[in-house]
Design a protein around this ligand. Structure first.
Ligand code: PMP
Length: 307
């Protein structure tokens, strides 16, 4: 993540320099992972800076907090406005935005955070393509991870909770150690799930396939955006269980997320996918997606929230 040191952070209702936005080493979240967060992007568009799907991200943030019964004192609208304000005070035209709700120094009992108000912060930073600019064009090499995604009724994958990212770190670190850009995990049943920080789509004979929410995935907002854009492009999207080998036989594979945007996958486990570069359907979706920001794709859903 790039330098956020000089930027202001919204912390419990006020904008403060980063060095003042501090927490105790006894924070509950630090010991037990008691936090939920979002990753959001603001784009410089033809009509000014806009946060992409702000309300949907903040809804998911509050849903994540609800799953864990984390209390905090702000409304969704207040957090949304804190984000717009944070971009304005920092003068960012585009940014990666990180809101976080976490249990602070409430005592070290596992149950100490229950019923207490959490702390809330919003940070913004300048951040380019997560997997590299080149990756958006040429694609990345990924492996199937030896780590499975979290199982149902263990840690809910539908919550974007800090603790879930221990699973992501295992997947991502292993992939890097073996020379890949990213890892794709299977779920506890051995079916395709998602990457460490991205959902995944396969293209076969012109149709799009993606794992269902029951496959241990985060319900990605980019995944949902792609489903909408695909419909507009007359591309069928099938949400179904996907076997590992389908990755090797796909015409195209791509990963998607707020950070990763739409990143083609050129090989899986060193087997070339399709032509080994960004395929035509992936390209079509990338063009439609980035078109939302340069005005070539109509924002008919009202996804752009101008600051
Ligand atoms: N899965 C995981 C595990 C993620 O961390 C992310 C990034 N938030 C995604 C999928 C993609 O979600 P979104 O498109 O909402 O960023």
């Amino acid at each position: 993540m790039s330098d956020s040191k000089s930027s202001l952070i919204w912390f419990n209702g006020e904008h403060v320099p980063e060095h003042q936005a501090t927490v105790s080493v006894l924070s509950h979240a630090l010991h037990y992972g008691t936090s939920v967060f979002e990753g959001i992007r603001a784009y410089k568009t033809h009509k000014g800076t806009a946060v992409f799907r702000l309300q949907d991200h903040i809804q998911r943030l509050f849903d994540s907090a609800k799953i864990y019964r984390l209390k905090q004192p702000y409304t969704q609208e207040q957090v949304e406005e804190a984000i717009r304000e944070n971009l304005r005070v920092n003068g960012f035209e585009s940014a990666y935005i990180r809101p976080l709700i976490f249990a602070g120094n409430v005592g070290l009992g596992v149950g100490s955070a229950q019923g207490k108000n959490c702390e809330v912060m919003v940070a913004s930073m300048q951040w380019g393509a997560y997997l590299g600019e080149e990756a958006l064009e040429q694609g990345i090499d990924v492996c199937v991870s030896s780590w499975n995604r979290v199982a149902p009724n263990t840690l809910p994958s539908g919550a974007k909770a800090g603790g879930n990212y221990l699973s992501s770190q295992l997947i991502n670190e292993e992939s890097h150690r073996h020379g890949y850009a990213e890892g794709l995990a299977l779920d506890v049943n051995g079916l395709l799930s998602e990457g460490s920080g991205e959902n995944v789509f396969l293209v076969k004979k012109g149709k799009l396939y993606t794992p269902p929410l029951s496959a241990g995935i985060l319900p990605g907002i980019t995944r949902d955006t792609i489903a909408h854009l695909a419909k507009r492009l007359d591309l069928e999207v099938v949400e179904q269980n996907i076997a590992r080998e389908a990755l090797y036989l796909a015409d195209e594979v791509f990963m998607c997320g707020t950070a990763a945007e739409i990143t083609p996958v050129r090989s899986v486990d060193r087997q070339q996918v399709g032509a080994g570069k960004c395929g035509p359907v992936t390209k079509q979706l990338q063009t439609a997606f980035f078109g939302l920001f340069n005005g070539e794709t109509e924002d008919s859903e009202g996804w752009l929230d101008f600051i």
